[in-house]
Design a protein around this ligand. Structure first.
Ligand code: SAH
Length: 215
C-alpha cells in the first residue's frame, strides 16, 4: 500500500510540473512541492485523490486538480511568518497545504455541515488543529484577525472586481489570488497586490471553480 501511495504521489508531482511547463511557468518550487508531499491528499479527497482532474468533495462542491492547488500556493509566495486567510475551505486540503508553509492559517466556509466534517478531520489527523475555522460568508473576510499577508479564494467571484472587504483586510504589499468570472464559461485566476489604498491586478491562467456564493 505504502509503495503504491508513494508512486501515486510521485506521479502527481510529475503531472503538476508538466502542467507548470505547459503554462510557460517555471517548475513549482521545492518548498511548495514539499508541502504538497507532506499532506495526505487521500484523507481529504476520497474519490480519485491523486488524479489530474477536479474531484467532488460532497455538498455539490469540487476541489481543483492538484496542479491548480500547487500553482495558487506558489504564486502567493508564502513565508513562514505570514498570516494567511482562505475563503472556501471545502475539504480542508488547500488549508492543510498552506499550514505546511505558514504558522497562522484562517479559513472560512459557508456550508456548516462541510465545515463541521472538515473540522473533525483536522482533529482526527491531529496535524492541523491550529487551523482556525469560521462558518460564514467569506466575501466578508474574517475581520477580527485582519490584516492578512496573503488571501486565497478557492471559489469564483461573480463580479469583475475583487470583493472590497477582502482587499481591505490585506496588509500593504499583501497578495491575494482568486478566480474571477469574466463572462459565461470564462474564468481566470488573478493575482492582486495591494498598494496603498489601491491594488494592481494581474491575469494568470484560465480556470474553472465552483461559484463564490454571495448570500
Ligand atoms: N479549498 C477547497 C476547495 C473547495 S470548493 C478544498 O481544498 O477542498 C469551494 C468552497 O467554497 C466550497 O466548499 C463552497 O461551499 C465554498 N464557498 C462558496 N462560496 C463561499 C462564500 N461566500 N464563503 C465561504 N465559502 C464559500
Amino acid at each position: 500500500m505504502k509503495i503504491l501511495h508513494d508512486q501515486q504521489v510521485d506521479e502527481m508531482v510529475k503531472t503538476i510540473q508538466n502542467h507548470a511547463t505547459l503554462h510557460g511557468h517555471k517548475p513549482i518550487s521545492p518548498r511548495v512541492i514539499r508541502a504538497i508531499r507532506q499532506v495526505q491528499r487521500h484523507k481529504f479527497v476520497e474519490i480519485s485523490p491523486y488524479g489530474d482532474h477536479p474531484v467532488s468533495i460532497g455538498y455539490s462542491q469540487t476541489i481543483s486538480q492538484p496542479f491548480i492547488v500547487a500553482y495558487m500556493t506558489e504564486m502567493l509566495e508564502i513565508q513562514p511568518s505570514h498570516k494567511v486567510l482562505e475563503i472556501g475551505m471545502g475539504s480542508g486540503y488547500q488549508a492543510a497545504v498552506l499550514s505546511e508553509l505558514a504558522h497562522e492559517i484562517y479559513t472560512v466556509e459557508r456550508i456548516p455541515e462541510l465545515a463541521q466534517r472538515t473540522k473533525q478531520l483536522f482533529e482526527t489527523l491531529e496535524d492541523y488543529e491550529s487551523i482556525k475555522i469560521k462558518i460564514g460568508n467569506g466575501i466578508e473576510g474574517w475581520k477580527e484577525h485582519a490584516p492578512y499577508d496573503r488571501i486565497i479564494v478557492t471559489a469564483t467571484a461573480q463580479e469583475l472586481v475583487p470583493p472590497q472587504l477582502l482587499i481591505d483586510q490585506l496588509i500593504e504589499g499583501g497578495k491575494m489570488i482568486m478566480p474571477i468570472r469574466k463572462s459565461a464559461g470564462n474564468e481566470e485566476l488573478v493575482l492582486i497586490t495591494k498598494t496603498g489604498k489601491t491594488y494592481t491586478i494581474k491575469s494568470l491562467i484560465g480556470v474553472r471553480f465552483v461559484p463564490l456564493v454571495s448570500d
